[in-house]
Structures are given as structure tokens and as C-alpha cells.
Unconditional design. Sequence first.
Length: 626
Amino acid sequence: MAPNSNTNSPKNLRPQRLKPQSICNDDGTTEVGALTKREIVTKILKPFVKQFSAETDGKYIHVAPAGTTGVHSAHIRSIWRGGHMKTKLIGALACLSLSAFAANAQDAKTVVQNAMKAMGGTNLKTLEFSGSGSRADQLKDGNTPGPRVLVKSYVYDVDYSLPASRVEAVAIQGIPPMQTIGEEGHGLQYVNASGSEWFAWDVGGLPGLRVPARPKDWLEIAFPPSVKKPGDPIRQPDGDGLQSHSEMDRVEQIWLTPHGFLIGAMKASDTSVSQQTIKGEKFQVVSWTGPNKQKITGYIGPDNMVAKVETMVDHWMYGDEHVVRTYDYYEYRDGIQFPAHMVETITTPALTGEKALGLELYVTSVKPNITTVDFSIPQGVKETPAAPPATVMTQKLGDGLYYLAGQNDCSLAVELKDYVVLVEGPLNDARSLALIAEVKKLIPNKPIRYVVNTHPHVDHTGGVRTFAAIGATIVTQQANVPFIEALLKTPHTIIPDTLQKTPNAKGEVEGVQESREITDGTRKIEIYHMKGNLHSSAMLMTYLPKEKILTEGDPWTPGMVNVKATDKPYQRCCDAQNIYDNVKRLNLDVKTIAPIHGRVDTWEHLLVYLGMPPEGASESKQSGGR
Ligand SMILES: [Zn+2]
């Protein structure tokens, strides 16, 4: 991507490399060990073997797209040394804190200054580092992480003085056939926190990159009016959109980088230091309060390098998240010491083990104090409101039957004799409170007794805690039950939500293995597991047999009826064919689809979308193919 990609030249590398340091976790367990090279190939690279060649010289594993050579290949080559896997050795390797004593601020600043000097960051104002690696994707089900996303290229630019940052990533998701093999997603994510109001924005679908055009009416649904065409910058306000806290999270990331941590510690007024001896190695443990009022703590090793930085952040669904960045294999590059390998874990009660493994990056290039990035806030982004209120736009589909749209995710409210069933509690606490208020208005004096959860992805599950707080039972596919239960127990102390403020909430979780019915004798809601769905293996759909209405969350987003060949990746995402397969398997007579994303549409339009002939015209003609 960058023209100057030959940054691996030997003169930039000092011969000695530092050993990775084992770091104790708060719970006394130790992160040790590494994936073997074989494990890296089978566990991380396997989904990509078709388009990537992976070769080892006995020491490193080099990855490159198959058939590429020269500069391009050199640019995306990454050095896989070890990988990362959290191995818990409870008790076997006791983490001993031999001494932990507070020291005065003077000591703390001296420790930080010494580290800064050793890491060559004393005059550091801007920094760019780049590399490749992998990151997490959405969960397959509540227990199972999705396949790792291969991050072909990752470029992080930061201006510590503003502060502002930009991440440019080219990633390939590993879930064929939802994504066409080899299709690359390209994304740019900015934050600028230099003024009193912070701005986070994304730029996607740059011209010349193979990102499929989004259909016109998708734009109308998902994007604010300032976005005129695909690729225009779009604000990601804190507390809205699919990311939980875009502004705060991106600013926190700045201070979690090795040099950013030290720069922040120099500026902070409450920087403190203590010492810990971990597995025989002494660490200076430096803490200061970050922008979201949580401690940011860094572990500085005997070599004066920042080995690990950790903090707590809020996520509207996952609650208080423990974010840990570990840095190892420091190398001297262009005047500063920088880790060649970094790993982020994000742990909560619902995100443990492999599910907690976030971005793992192998750094191939570091450029200190070269500012080429324009961090200025685009006009359209400035004009987008900070946090739009949760709006509910109601469409009546029948007596006691309401489609509740208005944001990225919709719900279906179904009135029964004594109570209401809501299909989907999406997004977050604010959306749920708005839905509860709207249901109260439309169907007075009846409680929401059940909330059907289609699948465990953040935008579909982020609101379930609020419904548990008002005593509703969350109905989900059996495999998601422990996950949702963990979500309901997760502390939300950083930004307390409704459930956090309702200590005696009675909300429960109920699993559906294959199917379940909710009925009052007059109206019936059928709930089915969508077998074989590629988007999530633990996916539910609902069907109202009297009204012939199907509700599904993600497999098809109506609004993309006139599909062209170039729309293929969108056509495949997120397994619309699976709706058809399950409807036929269950012999349902669907006339209308009231989806979680998009708009209410007809079964016939789904057939057009799938490239199938209309039903009823000639039964015999349908036999071929599907
Ligand atoms: Zn999903």
C-alpha cells in the first residue's frame, strides 16, 4: 500500500531480539507458550490456504498471496514467530508479587522517562506502524469464535499531540461462501480528540479497491444524510452504530500503544509506580487514569521496554471489558524500539478463552515522526449529530402486530392475550428502553414476557439485558444459553445500564434446540432453529402461521432485490438461500418477511433475489437446482 514498503531492510534491525516475557494475569494465571508453526498454519492460516502460500524457513513463517512476487509480496509478508495462545497454568507457575510498594510521583516520572529514553520516544510526536496478522470475527455461536479474519495489511497512524489516529486495514474474512474467496474488505477508521467534542469516523469502499457497491436503498437505511455515495466519511458517534464506543475506544487505543502509554503517563497528574516480580523478572508497574476514568497500567520490564498495557473499557453488551495488550520481540527500527509482535485480548465473563483473542499483529514497518496523514475532521462528519436518539418507527402489520424500525435493527412486537412477545432485543440499552416505551404505548397494560433472540451477534443481542431487567425471558438457540446467561451476569460498572441498576431482576434465559411454540390459543408464534446457516450456527427464525409472516435476523436484508452479478458478495451474505432451505424443510407457507435489517418485504422478492422463478406459476419448473 505504502510506496515505501521495503522497511525490513537489515540495517534497521539490531541483531539481538528480546525474549518475550511471561506476564501474570490478575487471576494468578499466566500467559505462556506459543502456537507451534504447524498450529499457526492449521488454526490461523487454514481458512486462507487457497489464496495464500505459507512457507517456513525453520525460524519464521512467511505468508504471501499465492502467485505474487516482488514488491507486493514483500509488502504483505509477515513474520510469524510463535503466535499467541493463552495457556492457563493455574497453580503450576505461581505468580508471585514479591514486593508492591507505592512510590512518589517523582519516582514514577523517572521510571517513565527512563523507559522513554530506552525506547527512543523522547521526541516522538507522530508514529506509523504497519504489519499483518489476524483478528476476531463475530461468534459462530455463543460458545464458539468465528474463523479468524486474516488482516493482510494493517497501518496505524497516530499523532500523540492532538491526539488523533487512523487505522487502515485490508482484511479477508474466512467464512466462505458468505464472502467470495479472495474478496478483500478495506476500511479506514479515524478518531480526532483534539477539541472539546471528539469525532470518530470511518471511510469505506475507496475507489479502485474491490469493495462491492452497496445497493442504493441500503444506503438510505443505514447511513446518515451527510453520506452521498459509498466511500464518503461516516461518523461513528459514541454510543451508536454497530461499534459500542467508537470515539472513546479509539482514543484509548492511542494510549495503549507502547510509546503512547509512556507519553500519557508523562502528562497525567496521578501517575504512580510500584514494583512486581513476576517469574523472577522485575517489572515497574506504572499506572495513570485514562480518559474514560479507568486506570491504564503498563508493565515496564528490566530492559525498560513496555511489555504489557492493560485497562478497563465499557462495551454496551459485554459490559466491563478487561483489555490487555502484550508487546514482545522489541526491535530497533528507525531510531526507536518497537515490538515486532503485539496481541490484544478483550476479556469479559461472556468472552473467555479463544473468544477473547482480538487483534494479533506482526509489525513489519515503523516510521517515527513522519506525518503524512490528514487527521482533520471532514465537514460531513462535523455536521452529523453526536449521538442520535433511539427512534422507533412503527409499521402496523395487523391487529396487535407491529414492526418496530427506526435504527439499524428492527423488532417485531406480537400481542397475545395476556402478554407481548418481542422478536429481537437489538443494539443497546437505549434502543431497548425506546422499544419498551413504544410497546407500552401500542399495547398498554401487557408485559413483554418473551424476547426471542435470533443469534448472538452484538447488534442483535446488545439490548437483551434491559428486557431481563423488566423480567422478560430471553429465548435463544440452545447453544447460546451459557453466553446469554453470562451476559446477564456481567458487571456494567463503568457505564451502568438498566440491568446493572436493577439488582433483583428476574429475567431468565430459555434455550430452543429445534423448535418451540408460544401460543394463547388464538395466536401462535413458531420458533425454529435455522439449520445449516452459515452466518451463525445457532440462529433462530420465527413464523406466524395465521399471518404467514417470517422474521429472520441477517440472512436476508430486503432492499437488494434487483441483484446484479457484481453484487455477489452481498447476495451471498448472509446466507439468504438458507431461509429458503429451512422454510421448505419445515413446509411453511411464508408470504411476508419482516426482517431484523432492512424493511418488510415479500417472499416473492426473496425468490427474485435468489434468482429463482416465482412460486405457483408452474410447480414442475422448480424442480431443477435448489
Ligand atoms: Zn449477525
